[in-house]
Design a protein around this ligand. Structure first.
Ligand code: HEC
Ligand code: HEC
Ligand code: HEC
Ligand code: HEC
Ligand code: HEC
Length: 493
């Protein structure tokens, strides 16, 4: 038994031949073992700690390969050294001679078999580790949680958006090897930036190097798929005692390619196969639009210029309009103002609309909290702020401790979704271009171009007509005054 073991060991190359082989072997063995353990842990425990996972699938394979390389260098060095010592006669055919020798010597045969087996094991281990590493780096968990503070705003909003099951990489990288490689390189630079605390707050938006939407969004939503008209409801609440709701129902002319005529019309006309809208962005945020050009089948058919005083200075970039120029927040959806956040919360039941004056109070304390309040103090803060507000403004209105705690909890949720002091994200930092939101109906969103001021040489303007994009079905009515048909589409009331 012992003898047999001795024979097997004797067959193995001597890993302790010199310090390089020894160190390499130790590193390889330890990291190989760690990879196996972390693969098993991942399989068994699913959502393991992402740092442990990162070490398991990123760092360990690198050490494993490093160890193998070191061992190999050690062996080569050792062989050279031995060859130098032995004074060999000329060999006419080195390969044949080597093979003959190998077949004669038990030790050499053992070596060959050992290396073949070791290589097989290595290929399997490295292959497994690399595949796991790549798919781990593609997971929203890695993108969203690895650089926790930095990505938290985007990750939080993403997780409660209609795209919460679409992977980050499907919008940010898209298919194809060259983009994947570019993204991995950029990604490493970003990880380094986060580790050294060298990153922008907030992360700049628009994302300038974002892949064109035709390669990302259009993998799932194709423009020729017809959307037609869509009814959209907008519910706001008043500042009165009853928090009175009022509903606006719009028929949005979303359009798309008409299945009848094959032509694009309505809002999605901008992304038709046949037209191309190019515009000059006059600022980094693409909020100020300069010259706008309409191309049809590659030919310039019309050019709109902004009022002279606005067009001063050279454009930051010239862009061809795609999905993201309107849908710039398809998944990282922030509320646009405290008022709109409270409206949403009341509509969804996060804030109790039966509590007298809660709308007015909630907007006031949310506005007053600004963007500096520490996130983990939010609940406590809002509880005290609401108590103080009611006492001062509405001393005759009862707000029970229980109601107050519920409202404070709702307000903290709104605060947590929208305000990230560490990343300098506050109300309005990430404006939404879909429509013309915000308190001021000024030159936002669609109105960056559709403002009756961009004019062509033949006197046409990019129109702001209220019925260009939507028809008003009902405007600011109480929910129970809605006609029966529309009422049934709004079951929340
Ligand atoms: C449905 C597509 C989509 C998905 C899924 C998606 N994003 Fe985005 N992301 C966008 C778009 C569009 C922008 C804004 C681009 C612009 O305005 O130029 C953006 C912007 C960003 C920004 C820049 C800052 C900002 O808020 O504008 C970061 C950071 C980001 N995304 C991270 C992520 C992470 C992390 C995930 C996954 C957890 C993710 N994204 C998933 C589409 C997506
Ligand atoms: C991997 C597939 C995929 C990709 C890529 C993708 N989406 Fe989506 N998108 C979806 C799914 C699934 C839904 C949800 C459909 C539903 O709820 O009925 C959705 C919903 C939407 C909606 C409706 C949102 C709402 O409020 O109901 C819009 C608008 C949209 N996507 C735009 C985009 C844009 C813009 C991009 C590119 C930046 C994009 N999508 C990329 C799959 C995708
Ligand atoms: C000119 C601005 C604009 C452009 C460009 C644009 N969209 Fe839209 N899209 C809208 C508006 C506005 C709506 C209606 C939003 C609503 O329902 O509130 C809409 C609706 C949608 C919806 C349906 C949402 C739903 O709730 O059913 C999808 C999906 C969508 N767009 C995808 C895309 C894709 C993909 C592209 C790029 C090929 C694109 N859009 C380009 C403005 C635009
Ligand atoms: C970058 C500039 C730009 C932005 C931003 C923009 N548009 Fe337009 N839009 C145009 C131009 C240019 C035309 C064509 C005017 C013409 O020559 O008739 C147009 C035409 C339209 C039309 C008429 C299409 C048809 O059927 O002929 C609609 C509807 C429309 N836009 C809706 C929107 C909506 C909704 C938004 C915001 C979500 C928006 N646009 C944002 C530039 C823009
Ligand atoms: C270029 C297209 C366009 C034009 C022109 C336009 N709108 Fe809109 N409007 C939109 C879109 C798109 C939305 C829906 C935004 C969304 O889905 O959130 C909207 C939404 C609205 C809403 C509901 C918003 C809310 O929160 O209550 C009102 C009210 C409104 N528009 C009024 C007007 C009035 C008044 C005019 C004329 C001065 C006008 N719009 C012109 C595109 C347009």
């Amino acid at each position: 038994m012992l003898k047999a073991f001795g024979k097997i060991v004797g067959v193995f190359p001597s890993f302790w031949a010199n310090w390089m082989t020894l160190l390499g072997t130790v590193i390889t063995t330890i990291s190989g073992f760690s990879i196996l353990v972390s693969l098993v842990v991942t399989l068994v425990a699913g959502g393991a700690n992402q740092y442990a996972l990162a070490v398991g699938v990123l760092v360990m394979p690198a050490m494993f390969i490093g160890g193998l390389i070191l061992t190999s260098i050690g062996f080569i060095y050792e062989t050279r050294r031995k060859e130098g010592r032995r004074d060999q006669g000329p060999v006419d055919n080195a390969f044949r001679e080597a093979f003959r020798l190998a077949m004669q010597s038990r030790r050499a045969r053992g070596l060959i078999i050992f290396f073949a087996l070791a290589t097989l094991v290595n290929v399997v281990l490295i292959g497994g580790a690399v595949t796991t590493a790549l798919s781990f780096m593609d997971s929203p968990k890695f993108c969203g949680e690895f650089c926790h503070t930095v990505m938290q705003p985007e990750y939080d909003t993403y997780r409660q958006s209609p795209h919460s099951r679409v992977k980050c990489v499907q919008c940010h990288i898209g298919p194809g090897a060259s983009w994947a490689v570019k993204a991995k390189v950029d990604g490493l630079r970003q990880v380094w930036g986060v580790m050294t605390g060298n990153y922008s707050t907030p992360i700049p938006s628009p994302v300038r190097e974002l892949r064109p939407a035709r390669d990302t969004c259009q993998q799932c939503h194709w423009p020729s798929h017809f959307l037609g008209n869509r009814i959209s409801f907008f519910t706001h609440f008043d500042d009165d005692e009853e928090n009175s709701p009022s509903v606006t129902a719009l028929m949005l002319k979303v359009g798309g390619m008409s299945p009848k005529t094959g032509k694009f019309h309505g809002i999605h006309w901008h992304v038709s196969d046949e037209v191309e809208i190019r515009y000059e962005a006059l600022d980094e945020k693409r909020e100020k639009v300069g010259r706008v050009q309409v191309y049809e089948k590659g030919e310039l058919v019309r050019e709109y210029l902004p009022p002279k005083e606005e067009a001063s200075g050279s454009p930051v970039e010239v862009r061809t309009m795609d999905c993201v120029d309107c849908h710039n927040r398809p998944t990282h959806v922030f509320d646009q103002s405290p008022k709109l956040a409270v409206d949403r919360a009341m509509f969804q039941g996060l804030l109790n609309r039966e509590q007298p004056y809660l709308h007015k109070a909630a907007v006031a304390v949310l506005e007053a909290a600004g963007g500096d309040l520490e996130r983990d103090k939010a609940e406590e803060h809002f509880d005290a702020a609401l108590a103080a507000y009611y006492e001062k403004e509405f001393p005759d209105t009862e707000l029970s401790a229980e109601e107050r705690a519920k409202a404070a909890d709702g307000l903290a949720k709104l605060y947590h979704l929208n305000i990230y002091p560490d990343m300098k994200i506050v109300w309005g930092v990430h404006p939404n271009h879909l429509g013309h939101r915000g308190e001021e109906q000024d030159k936002r969103g669609c109105f960056r171009c559709h403002n009756d001021e961009h004019e062509s040489s033949d006197g046409k303007v990019i129109a702001m007509d209220c019925d260009l994009c939507h028809d008003f079905l009902e405007e600011e009515v109480a929910p129970d005054e809605l006609p029966e048909g529309l009422r049934s589409l709004l079951p929340e009331f």
